[in-house]
Structures are given as structure tokens and as C-alpha cells.
Design a protein around this ligand. Structure first.
Ligand SMILES: Cc1cc2nc3c(=O)[nH]c(=O)nc-3n(C[C@H](O)[C@H](O)[C@H](O)COP(=O)(O)OP(=O)(O)OC[C@H]3O[C@@H](n4cnc5c(N)ncnc54)[C@H](O)[C@@H]3O)c2cc1C
Length: 497
């Protein structure tokens, strides 16, 4: 119901429900609330369902690193809102309980929020809509998850291409990138006497406190302030955007890629603002393949958001978006070896140990370990996706489940059985074995020729390298060639692909 209909007076607040949009810049709901001239109430709900366990494997949905990031981001948002006259009320509870109760108590005239994709996220939105059905409060929602304005694409969601390159070409030719809007300069304060609530600690959320590992690519502090500093560093101070296309496949260090993903996933950075900075960089410094490649990656991000909106629950089924009846294995022992970095394949193990110790892994690493799990071990891709969901600081339902579908071969662009050849990847992306040695220090004394294949060492060579295979470092849990042949045979028999 609108104000004119409800007759609500100007003292009735406009409320903003913050979700995965923990920022002030480019925030249409916040701007709408500020522009209403009403007192602005900002709310974040700590929904207990977000801190439950994953469906198949029972991992905590929010692992330690993401929980830490989230609390930092909420705290940063609260500080920023206070600087412009507002505040952030942090409440524990489900949005469909919390928001209507607050609306009744404070007489909200309107509730503004961003829509999300993902079946559970949509269910939450439906729950809120139901709870407000008879309330005298106008609901105003905005889409903000993509760089591209979906309305400017030459097709509707139902006709969204199943192949990324078709989407990209159409986006580049026809679509408009929305421009970011500035943060509001001030907010009319919320009604007096509302308790903003204490921020919980990670432990109070029921999540284990993260341990800081000095080898982490970045400490990843949460929040808009830290996200903007990261962009300032990567684009402007370190001037790394100009070489992004050449370095993006590396695995070692802070600056081979932007590392924007955790801030984008939590909405601390808006993709439209990042793109605006890319264009400013192109005007001020250089426009080259690398600057174009960052936009290209943002379009991959958009694509998975839209694919998730299109396919809904199919994204989560074992047969994936394509509905391919792959006979996935559920081998607990092999999965545990993969999860903890004990497969006997140093490149896989180093990446899995980095994820476990820090909550981050490079894009190259993610593709390699996902291929190993699904194409060498033949294990259900959802087990891997759930582990990523639990561990990744940048977990985003569309990007995570969309990419897992893709690498497992049951999602977009699924053609024949494709896999990553581990020795080739090692020789291309960690030629000197530096990355592997950082995360598998037991291989420290091995030379370039053997660091990626310790199983080829004779007992004498093992002794000289201070290493006993099967004791200090595992023997390979499968034979690479034989395992891929076996999984391929089963795959082809079941799918006919
Ligand atoms: C199995 C698997 C799971 C993944 N899960 C996630 C996830 O949960 N959350 C997530 O943000 N990304 C995910 N990715 C995509 C990608 O690996 C990360 O976005 C990237 O590694 C983050 O590092 P960066 O910010 O330095 O990326 P950069 O290389 O600097 O790229 C810039 C931005 O583009 C976007 N981007 C780049 N590649 C992709 C891609 N393939 N799909 C979607 N967006 C992309 C990200 O927002 C990223 O921050 C996954 C990839 C794989 C193969």
C-alpha cells in the first residue's frame, strides 16, 4: 500500500533491509529511503537458517572465514551509516518474523530491499511478502546483482543462452551496463529508543573462530571500506590491472588477480562501481586486453546470476542443469582425502590445504580440484560444492553452484567428457613448484622434476629428500589415467554423451 492510500504521516519511517549488499554506495534501496525524507531504519537479520548445516554433507554453511568477514562487513556498515546520521539495527531471527514485528512497532511506511537469486533466498523473499500482505507498508524491491541491466538484454530469462559466449556477445552488443549511484550524504535518524543490538562474535554465531595463517594470499577484512581499499591498491597503487590478463591464472601471492570476489559476494562492492573504475582506469592509464578481461570476468559473474534465476532448483540436482544421469560415486574415504589435501597429487593437495587454512583458492585451483573430484574420483559434485560453500569467503550461491555444474560437465556448455590434466596444469602454472611447496612443506627438498610427482621417487631419492611416501606425504589415491578412463566409461554409458 502506498502512503497516499495508507495515509501514513512523514514521521513514519522508511526501512531498508540489508542483505548481500553491505555497502552505502550504489544502493538503490538506501537512496530511495533517504529520498523519502522520512526517518530511515536500517536492519540486518542474522537468520539462523544461514548458520545451519549443508544438506548432503552437513558442513557448517558459514565456515569460520566467511563468518568473520560477515561480522566485519556488518560492523563497517554500521560505522558508515552512523557517520551519515543513521544506524544499523542487527537482529537475530528470520526476516519474515523480525521485519513485520518491527514494522508494526515502529509504523514503517515502506520497506526497501534488493532481490537475490537462489531458491532459498527467493523463499525468504516470498515469506516476507506474505508476512507484509496485510500491512500498511509499501514494499519496494530492486535488482542489483548484475553489471548488465537485464531489461536491456535482447532476450527474456527463459531464452537466456545456455552457452556463455552467446550471452556475452549479446551483452556486449545490446545491453547497457547500469551506472552506479553515489551513497546518500545524510539520513534522517531512526526513531529514538530503538536498540541497535550488539554484534555477535563468530563463536556466538555457533561458528569456530578462524585461525590466521601467515601464508594466506590476503587477510580479507570484511566491509565496504576494505573492499574499496583493495580496489585502490590493485588498480591504482600497485597498477596491476594493466597485466591482469597475463597473471590471472597464477596461484601464488596477493596480486595475480583482483581478489574482489569476497567483497562482491557480500555486496560490499557493487559490480557497477568496479566497472566504472575499470573505465576510469582505461581513460587515465591504459585500455588493453587486461582491462577488457576484468569486464569479461564480471560478465561471467552476471551470467551465473541470471542462469540461477532461470533454472531455480535444477542448479542443485546431481544431474545438474542438463539433467544428465551421471552415476556419481559417494566414496567417503576418497572425498575426505580430497577435502583435507591428502590425495597424493601435490597440486590438488596444495589448493585444498590453502582453502582449508584460509578460505580462499585461485580460480585456476578451483577448476583443477573440481575436475579432480568429479573426473578422476567420479564423486558427486554437490559434495565438493558444499565444502566450497562452507569454506569460501567469497561463497555466492550462483557462482559456486554454477561453476561446479560447469566443471562437473552437467551445467552450461556441457559437451563431451572434459577434464583437467593435472601434470599439464602443474607444468604450466607452477613450473618451479613454489606454490606446492608453500602448502606442502614436506616436499620442500624436491626439485622441479619431481615436486609434482613425488610417487616417482625411488626409496633412495626419498631418503635424500627426507621424505617417506605413505608416511610423510600420501601415495596417490588413484592412478590419474586409469581413473579418468574409468569415470569416462561410466559417464558415457549412463549419459550417452
Ligand atoms: C568450482 C568453482 C567454484 C567457484 N565458486 C565461486 C564462488 O562461490 N564465489 C565467487 O565469487 N566465485 C566463484 N568461482 C569463480 C572464481 O573462481 C572466483 O570468482 C575467483 O577465483 C575469485 O578471485 P578474484 O576475485 O581474484 O577473481 P578475478 O580473476 O580477479 O575476477 C574478478 C571477478 O570476476 C568474477 N569472476 C571471475 N571468474 C568468475 C567465474 N568463473 N564465475 C563467476 N564469477 C567470476 C568474480 O566476482 C571475481 O571477483 C568459482 C569457480 C569455480 C571453478
Amino acid at each position: 500500500m502506498h502512503d497516499s492510500e495508507s495515509g501514513s504521516s512523514a514521521s513514519h519511517p522508511a526501512a531498508v533491509w540489508f542483505r548481500r549488499d553491505l555497502r552505502l554506495h550504489d544502493h538503490a534501496p538506501l537512496r530511495a529511503a533517504a529520498a523519502s525524507g522520512r526517518p530511515v531504519v536500517c536492519v540486518y537479520c542474522l537468520d539462523p537458517r544461514d548458520f545451519a548445516s549443508t544438506r548432503e554433507r552437513g558442513f557448517p554453511r558459514f565456515g569460520p572465514f566467511r563468518a568473520r568477514f560477515l561480522i566485519d562487513a556488518i560492523e563497517d556498515l554500521r560505522t558508515s551509516l552512523r557517520e551519515i546520521g543513521g544506524d544499523l539495527i542487527v537482529v537475530r531471527g528470520t526476516p519474515d518474523d523480525v521485519l513485520p514485528a518491527m514494522a508494526r512497532e515502529q509504523g514503517w511506511a515502506s520497506l526497501h530491499f534488493h532481490r537475490l537469486v537462489g531458491t532459498e533466498e527467493l523463499e525468504v523473499e516470498r515469506g516476507v511478502a506474505r508476512a507484509f500482505r496485510d500491512a500498511e507498508c509499501n514494499i519496494d524491491t530492486t535488482w542489483d546483482r548484475t553489471l548488465v541491466d537485464p531489461k536491456t538484454l535482447p532476450f527474456g530469462l527463459d531464452d537466456l543462452p545456455e552457452v556463455f559466449s552467446s550471452f556475452r556477445r549479446a551483452a556486449e552488443r545490446h545491453a547497457r551496463f547500469s551506472r552506479p549511484s553515489p551513497a546518500p550524504g545524510s539520513l534522517a535518524p531512526a526513531p529514538a529508543g530503538v536498540d541497535p543490538g550488539e554484534l555477535p562474535t563468530v563463536a556466538e554465531l555457533g561458528v569456530e573462530e578462524p585461525t590466521i595463517d601467515a601464508r594466506a594470499a590476503l587477510p580479507f577484512p570484511g566491509g565496504e571500506t576494505a573492499g574499496r581499499s583493495r580496489l585502490q591498491h590493485y588498480f591504482w597503487d600497485a597498477d596491476r590491472l594493466r597485466v591482469y590478463e597475463e597473471t590471472r591464472n597464477e596461484m601464488l601471492g596477493a596480486d595475480y588477480s583482483s581478489k574482489f570476489a569476497p567483497w562482491l559476494a557480500h555486496g560490499c562492492l557493487s559490480p557497477r562501481w568496479v566497472q566504472q573504475e575499470v573505465e576510469r582506469y582505461e581513460d587515465d592509464r591504459v585500455r588493453n586486453k587486461s582491462t577488457g578481461w576484468l569486464t569479461f570476468e564480471l560478465l561471467w559473474r552476471d551470467y551465473f546470476q541470471l542462469i540461477t534465476a532461470k533454472h531455480g532448483a535444477n542448479l542443485f540436482r546431481p544431474s545438474g542443469l542438463q539433467g544428465l544421469p551421471v552415476p556419481w560415486q559417494h566414496d567417503e574415504v576418497a572425498f575426505e582425502a580430497w577435502r583435507t589435501g591428502q590425495t597424493g597429487y601435490p597440486l590438488v593437495d596444495a589448493n585444498m590445504r590453502e582453502l582449508l587454512a584460509t578460505g580462499f583458492m585461485s580460480n585456476r585451483g578451483r577448476q583443477i580440484v573440481a575436475s579432480f573430484l568429479t573426473k578422476n574420483l567420479g564423486i558427486d559434485w554437490r559434495w565438493g560444492a558444499e565444502w566450497f560453500e562452507s569454506q569460501l569467503i567469497d561463497h555466492d550461491v550462483a557462482a559456486n553452484y554454477g561453476n561446479w555444474n560447469y566443471v562437473a560437465g552437467v551445467g552450461n556448455d556441457a559437451r563431451e567428457f572434459r577434464y583437467f590434466n593435472i601434470p599439464t596444469q602443474a607444468s604450466k602454472y607452477d613450473r618451479r613448484g613454489e606454490y606446492v611447496k608453500l602448502w606442502c612443506p614436506e616436499l620442500d627438498l624436491l626439485g622441479r622434476a619431481t615436486v609434482h610427482q613425488p610417487w616417482t621417487l625411488s626409496p633412495m631419492e626419498q631418503q635424500m629428500a627426507g621424505l617417506v611416501l605413505g608416511k610423510d606425504y600420501p601415495k596417490p589415491i588413484v592412478d590419474l589415467d586409469e581413473s579418468v578412463r574409468r569415470v569416462k566409461r561410466a559417464w558415457e554409458a549412463a549419459t550417452g554423451c
